[in-house]
Design a protein. Structure first.
Length: 224
């Protein structure tokens, strides 16, 4: 079975398992808010980010408000998200660029998005997909781990993982694929103690196959 054949089965099973999978960052429909949440999510849980922005956005509702505030003050507001000095700098400077260069609007192309401090390829892909419905795959920790275990990639590099997934996944599935792989990584394919026996894609999963083989060999040694 080649990767495209395997991917077809995986897509089908994950669609059944997570039909409503969506971005786990709370999104209120304001594009700038999604950018802020995405920047804050670096090395921080989405749950924590969602908690922080509930009080942050009423006080700083738009890029103009962030652009006019000091990095020190913003840093204290987002301190519980970690890396707060770096993130505060990114948010203030990005906001100033959005106001001064882009008329208060979030850019709609990837290269321009990546000019904004705090916006790397992962965040840019998220914004492109969620805001402008441009096919893109967001490779975070969960996505990378699950893709590796399923045998859709052998790399640890997000950029290479993204290319490997793009090569075997139809373009129309790129946005939803990322969300479903994240959901799968949180619900069944956790970093520790994955629930392989409960997984509907175990029949085509490289990791589950290796685990099953190891268990069978261990049982054979014990019975001999």
């Amino acid at each position: 079975m080649n990767k495209k054949e395997k991917a077809k089965i995986i897509l089908h099973e994950l669609e059944i398992l997570y039909p409503d999978a969506a971005c786990s960052l709370d999104y209120d429909g304001i594009p700038f808010h999604l950018l802020v949440s995405a920047v804050l999510s670096a090395q921080c849980t989405d749950k924590r980010v969602n908690e922080v922005v509930r009080t942050l956005f009423p006080e700083y509702p738009d890029p103009e408000a962030f652009a006019a505030e000091s990095e020190e003050v913003i840093g204290q507001k987002i301190k519980s998200c970690g890396l707060y000095r770096t993130k505060a700098h990114a948010l203030v400077v990005s906001s100033q660029m959005i106001v001064n260069e882009f008329g208060g609007h979030i850019p709609s192309d990837e290269k321009t998005l990546e000019r904004l401090p705090g916006v790397g390829r992962k965040v840019a892909n998220l914004l492109m997909g969620e805001l402008y419905h441009v096919p893109a795959i967001v490779v975070d920790t969960h996505c990378g781990r699950v893709a590796n275990r399923l045998g859709l990639t052998e790399s640890e590099s997000p950029a290479i993982i993204e290319k490997d997934l793009m090569a075997c996944i139809p373009k129309e599935n790129w946005i939803t694929l990322g969300h479903r792989l994240v959901a799968h990584g949180r619900n069944l394919c956790m970093a520790r103690n994955p629930k392989c026996p409960e997984c509907p894609v175990r029949k085509v999963c490289t990791y589950a196959g290796k685990e099953h083989g190891a268990a069978a060999r261990s049982q054979g040694r014990q019975s001999s």
